[in-house]
Design a protein around this ligand. Structure first.
Ligand code: NAP
Length: 253
């Protein structure tokens, strides 16, 4: 009989989840640790939230702080993860920023900051952490995408475009890394009420408009992404690469 527990186990795996002090990243860190992994949690800055998340996740979890908008900080995050964990087997690119600016009001500063955090930091972390995965012939790179790759919000065209760009990066690398035992996929959430959109979602008309677009008729919860992440990051997902898995209550339909 197939050993399902072993197939989904992450025992012995070392993980970095960016942006895991709060929200979806925190839930993913918790889920991956529950599957047996040792996790480096990360936040833009050292905070009580980050410390609380590390304590909650347990299993030898550690905290790393650094602003992904700064190249030096990105490099330092990768170095700290490598030295504290002794290597990184699974990289979850979860942190992102979204700036609400309509197409005719896009500012240079917000554009540059979103490119840095949402795309350039991803490429740089991969460059630093994937060589060890190649050496060990086992690795997982999981980009966190968005429903906005297929249903773009007019309020944030740059953010939506960068999520699609990160998925393109995952597909590109999926092909290049496939022979080295490394999978590259995107997990794309639908609408989840977290700190980033809580204010916007106080608008009852917006909540109703969004809910009407979701066949399951409700927003997601951060925990709704754990199952898909454990599947894609464990041996259960070893033959899956280059996909974008939308976990969105059917909102893409
Ligand atoms: N919420 C949704 O509806 C939704 C929908 C689709 C996709 N997503 C995607 O899911 C992922 C998680 O979203 P979320 O809603 O859970 O996020 P969130 O609650 O806003 O949390 C953001 C996390 O990213 C970190 N972070 C923010 N700016 C950073 C920076 N410049 N450098 C480093 N870290 C930074 C934060 O650290 P600090 O705590 O230190 O600030 C925090 O850990 C994101 O990629 C988002 O695009 C979310």
């Amino acid at each position: 009989m197939v050993d399902l527990k072993a197939l989904f186990s992450l025992t012995g795996k070392r993980v970095l989840v960016t942006g895991s002090s709060r929200g979806i990243g925190r839930a993913l860190a918790s889920g991956l640790a529950a599957a047996g992994a040792r996790v480096a949690l990360h936040g833009a800055t050292a905070s009580q939230a980050l410390d609380g998340a590390v304590a909650e996740v347990g299993n030898g979890a550690i905290a790393i702080a650094g602003d992904l908008a700064t190249i030096q900080a990105v490099d330092a995050i990768a170095e700290q993860a490598l030295s504290a964990l002794g290597g990184v087997d699974i990289l979850v690119l979860n942190a992102s920023i979204e700036v609400r600016e309509a197409w005719d009001a896009i500012s240079h500063d917000a554009f540059a900051r979103q490119v840095a955090v949402n795309l350039e930091a991803s490429t740089r972390l991969i460059s630093a952490l994937a060589p060890g995965m190649v050496d060990r012939r086992w690795g997982r790179i999981l980009g966190i995408g968005s429903i906005q790759e297929v249903k773009e919000s007019p309020a944030m065209p740059v953010y939506a475009g960068l999520k699609a760009a990160q998925t393109s990066l995952m597909r590109n690398l999926a092909r290049q890394f496939a022979a080295s035992g490394i999978t590259c996929n995107t997990l794309a959430p639908g609408v989840v009420e977290t700190d980033r959109n809580r204010q916007a979602l106080t608008d009852a008309a917006l909540r109703e408009r969004l809910t009407r677009q979701i066949p399951m008729a409700h927003f997601g919860e951060a925990d709704d992404f754990i199952g898909a992440a454990v599947f894609l990051c464990s041996d259960a997902g070893r033959y899956v690469t280059g996909v974008r898995l939308l976990v969105d209550g059917g909102m893409h339909l």
